[in-house]
Structures are given as C-alpha cells and as structure tokens.
Write a protein that binds this ligand. Structure first.
Ligand code: PEP
Ligand code: MN
Length: 337
C-alpha cells in the first residue's frame, strides 16, 4: 500500500503517519517528490488490509498495490532513481556506456581493450573474471586474478569496473575490486545470492533471465531491495524465442515496460542480445531511442582470438565509430552521452 500525503501536509503529519505504521510493525519507505511525499508500506498483508489512514491529518489518500513487488515499483517511488557509481551517475540525463571484453584473458588484452573503449568515451570497464559457460570444458575465467587485473587497468584509465558474480560466497572478495556487481542471466533467480546482495553496499546490475518475464525480473530485483540495497539497475540482454538467426531476441519493449513499472535504471546489452557483431551498432542506437539509461557492449582488441564471445565483440574501431554516432540519437531523446 502507499499513503499519499497531501501537498500541504506538515512534517509533523508525516512523522505521525510513519509512527502509526511502525507501531503496527509495518515497514515504511519515504519518497519525497516536488509536490508531495509518498509513504510506501510493507508488511503483514492482513494488517495492511485493515489499515484506516485517510482520517489522519495530512493524508490525501491510500492506494493498494496489488503487485508483489513494491520497492522497485514506480508507485512507491515516482521519480527516476539515479545510481551513483563512485561518481558515474546511471539513470540521469547522461547515457553511460560500459564496454570491454567478454572475459578478462590477461593484462595485455584487457589494457588494449580499456585504452580503446576509454578513448571512445566509455566510463565503465566490463570483463568477466568468473565465466558461467554453457560447457564445463570452455574457458571459465581467471577468478581473483581477473578481478585484480580489472581493478588495476580500470584505475590506470580512470574507469569504473562492472563484473559478474556467480557465487554468493564471492561477494566479499568482489567488493574489494568491483564497482558494480553483475548478476548474470543464469543467476537472475538465484534467490540466496539476491538476498546476500541485498546486504552489499555495491550497486547491482541484474540481467534478465534467459526466458524471464518482466514480472519475474521485477520480483528478482525486489529481493535485492528488500535486503536494503537500493542501488539496483536492470539489464535487458535478450530472451530465448523460437528465432535462431540471433543468439537471443533483444526485447527493447522491455525498456519501455521497465520505465513504466519501475523507477530503477535500465541498461541494454546488444552484444548478448543479438550475438552478432553487425547488429550491435543498430541495436545500441535503438536502445537509446527506446529510453535506455546505459549500454553494456563487448569490445575485444582481437575478436578472432577471443576466448569467449568473439562473434559478438566489436573491434576497437567499430566501437569508436558507434560512439561517434550515438550522440545524435541521445540528443533526439533529450539526453547526452
Ligand atoms: C556477460 O555479460 O558476460 C554474460 C555472461 O551475460 P549474460 O549473463 O547476459 O549471458
Ligand atoms: Mn559474453
């Protein structure tokens, strides 16, 4: 349920409303807008069903929220959330680009990639140190060594780090090296890990599951927020459909859906979303036009030698050209890049 305070409610009215709710063992979540404050209420459904708040001073109305997700919902928090990743803001007027190789393969490869993507305008360096591969015989990543390389190279080029977490036991060590913890598609419903990430101080990028519905995805984000971590962003990376030409079907309508239903930022991954290098640039442009807050793009200095996802990785020169192109699209939707 949300309690909508009237525009002329006083601070005392608000305090009284919160006190009453908390005295009934309900949790409150305040969202202060320009005009009015909204008090989100979470807790025992039976208690909430019998609540009478309209009589209290300063209360304009109450609205029942039927969806299971609350904290991620735009009803609870009408304004867009902007996540501050150590100075890089995601969800505001500026579109942020994260780029780098699929996997960290070594210092030289990572440095070459970072230098190229930074020069082209990327602010966040991507790269997997733990790779959730479909086959156990494929390259599994460099582990902690990969995390150390990411931090070292990102610092060298004044970038932030986004990297995937595959095991909740790794949270502590990853927090030492990463700025954003990425939950991969295969772990979107790893609820124990989502709960553990709820206790982390690091922003989390939650990729959409291989065939997850929008509602399942929102509920997965709710797990993280319910634990206390408010810095969650979504990442659309394509879903499985009957189409086989592309690796996945990039669902750009999900961008509009998330913007309608949630206040959290949304990132688009056109690399995994298509699996095909020639489609990465057009889908990046389309993602920005659809309202994405950020892009995450795979770039490899030598894609033909990549240990994973070479077919979808841009060459540095392709990435440079793409970045030169995106400004016009951003401008058309009232943003900058
Ligand atoms: C990745 O970003 O490297 C990755 C494995 O992505 P996804 O979880 O979307 O498959
Ligand atoms: Mn990849």
């Amino acid at each position: 349920m949300i309690v909508v305070m009237s525009p002329n409610a006083t601070q005392e009215d608000l305090v009284n409303v919160v006190k009453k709710l908390e005295s009934m063992n309900l949790r409150t979540h305040l969202s202060k807008g320009d005009e009015r404050t909204i008090v989100g209420v979470i807790g025992d459904k039976k208690i909430i069903a019998n609540l009478e708040m309209e009589m209290m001073a300063g209360v304009e109305k109450t609205v029942r929220i039927t969806e299971k997700y609350k904290l991620v919902s735009r009803d609870f928090h009408p304004q867009d959330t902007v996540i501050d990743v150590d100075g890089v803001k995601i969800g505001g007027n500026e579109i942020v680009v994260m780029a780098g190789p699929c996997a960290v393969e070594g210092l030289e490869q990572l440095r070459e990639a970072a230098q190229a993507v930074k020069k082209a305008g990327a602010k966040i360096l991507r790269g997997g140190a733990y790779k959730p591969r479909t086959s156990p015989y494929d390259f599994q990543g460099l582990g902690v060594e990969g995390l150390k390389l990411l931090r070292q190279v990102a610092d060298e080029f004044d970038m932030k780090v986004v990297t995937e977490i595959v095991d909740r036991e790794d949270i502590e060590v990853m927090e030492n090296y990463a700025d954003i913890l990425q939950v991969g598609a295969r772990n979107m419903q790893n609820f124990q890990m989502l709960k553990a990430l709820g206790k982390s101080k690091k922003p989390v990028m939650l990729k959409r599951g291989l065939s997850a519905t929008i509602s399942e995805w929102l509920n997965a984000a709710e797990y993280i927020m319910a634990g206390g971590n408010e810095n969650v962003m979504f990442c659309e990376r394509g879903i499985r459909t009957y189409e086989t030409f592309t690796r996945n079907t990039l669902d750009l309508s999900a961008v509009a859906a998330i913007k309608e239903l949630s206040h959290l930022p949304i990132v688009v991954d056109p690399s995994h979303g298509t699996g095909r290098r020639p489609m990465v640039a057009p889908m990046s442009r389309a993602a920005i036009a659809a309202g994405a807050d950020a892009l995450i793009i795979e770039v490899h200095p030598h894609p033909e030698k990549a240990l994973s996802d070479g077919n979808q990785s841009l060459k540095p020169e392709d990435f440079q050209k793409l970045m030169e192109n995106l400004g016009e699209i951003a401008k058309a939707v009232g943003k900058t890049i």
